[in-house]
Design a protein around this ligand. Structure first.
Ligand code: RM4
Ligand code: MN
Ligand code: MN
Length: 393
């Protein structure tokens, strides 16, 4: 095993935690509340701070504007102070143009101009929040779509999206980016305005030079080759980042690697391959977009980060010189085995050593369970009104 490669990979690996992953969430059938779940932005940041303190690789937290900034841009100062007290920094800013009643028939694609303008204003405010917090990325996900054939003008809505995204792009400071996320279905079940990576790519290109595509691993049809999409977006310099999660059926938001770890490995492998070939670092944001309604929130995040590190380390082991030679000879078995051998390598001892060398607990989950943090917040937060639970899902 090439431990140097693992060490180098882990030194550069960072993954962003989602604030909403620490709050009570559920399915559309109901929520099972956890007494320790975070209800305020302060609690979400504190919990994220724990995950970062134990793993050392999650310095930033993705924030949802509607849920985390009750007073909009005026909350930015408080959020920033709370983050630094928790030992983390604000990460990507996520506008919310899907939850208000006015978005029943869409946001950027709504036939009503006043609603399109309202949505645009909210995303502009989100850019302002991001600037105030020194966050680089504004991640845009739109629930827009329709449920029945013939009920929406698909090409017209596409133009509205282009217009809106272009107008938003004009708000970006020169060091900011906007990331355009796609999703094939849900909540819309006939057509979704930004349904796949091709649509997101075209819209990002139309928006301007600082727009990129955001790949949420749960937002594909079953059996789609996600690493090929990643390879194409890298080749086009249009891959902005990931929302990692795993799924068995739809947008299940399960723990990364819990269903198909080889998929995540293959995605990371494409990124390493690109870096090997170009001798440059891929400027791609790794973010988690998971909300666990049965697992303990903090434990689920620690597990996620640990699994992500393992899969990243395995992918770093692939010898791309040997792989290129195998591909050139069309030696299929040799080439494929390079991936399989790397994937089969037990990288956990090397990761434990890496952690110890960096004064991190060798086993972050065990350290969390020993720390008493969960018992403390459970006592502090128990018995709170259900009303305090997050509005998501
Ligand atoms: C969507 C999408 C977005 C996330 C929302 C809550 O399915 O993944 O990224 O912010 O859910
Ligand atoms: Mn997402
Ligand atoms: Mn999703």
């Amino acid at each position: 095993m090439n431990t140097d490669r693992i060490v180098r990979a882990l030194d550069s690996f960072r993954i962003e935690l989602p604030s909403w992953g620490f709050a009570n969430t559920g399915t559309r059938f109901g929520k099972f509340l956890q007494p320790a779940a975070a209800a305020t932005i302060e609690e979400k940041l504190n919990d994220a701070g724990q995950v970062h303190a134990l793993t050392g690789v999650c310095p930033t937290v993705a924030l949802h504007v509607l849920w985390d900034f009750p007073r909009g841009v005026d909350s930015a100062h408080d959020v920033s102070a709370l983050a630094s007290r928790a030992g983390v920094q604000p990460g990507s800013i996520n506008p919310n143009v899907f939850q208000d009643q006015i978005y029943k028939f869409g946001s950027f694609g709504n036939p009503d101009k006043s609603i399109r303008d309202h949505a645009l204003q909210h995303t502009k405010d989100s850019v302002a929040i991001a600037r105030r917090l020194k966050s680089r990325d504004v991640s845009l996900w739109f629930a827009d779509g329709s449920n029945y054939p013939g009920t929406a003008n698909i090409r017209q809505r596409r133009r509205w999206f282009e217009e809106g995204l272009r107008a938003l792009h004009r708000e970006l400071a020169s060091d900011q980016r906007m990331l355009v996320e796609y999703k094939p279905f849900e909540p819309a079940f006939y057509h979704t305005d930004i349904a796949d990576w091709g649509m997101a790519l075209l819209l990002a290109r139309a928006a301007g030079p600082q727009a990129r595509v955001l790949v949420d691993t749960g937002h594909h049809y079953l059996s789609q080759n996600i690493e090929q999409i990643v390879a194409w977006l890298l080749a086009e310099d249009m891959l902005g980042g990931f929302h990692f999660n795993d799924r068995r059926y739809a947008d299940d938001d399960l723990t990364i690697g819990s269903i198909d770890p080889y998929q995540v490995f293959r995605i990371f492998r494409e990124i390493f391959h690109f870096e090997w070939e170009t001798n440059a670092r891929a400027d791609v944001a790794f973010m988690i977009d998971q909300s666990h309604n049965l697992k303990g929130k903090i434990e689920a995040m620690i597990q996620t980060v640990t699994v992500a590190q393992e899969l990243y380390a395995k992918a770093a082991l692939v010898d791309h010189d040997a792989l290129a030679a195998g591909q050139a000879r069309s030696d299929i078995v040799a080439a494929e085995s390079l991936l399989q051998d790397a994937f089969a390598t037990d990288v956990r001892p090397a990761i434990r050593e890496w952690r110890t060398a960096r004064r991190l607990p060798a086993d972050p989950m065990d350290a969390f369970r020993q720390s008493g943090y969960l018992q403390r917040i459970t006592a502090e937060r128990a018995g709170r009104a259900e009303a305090a639970s997050s509005s998501y899902a």
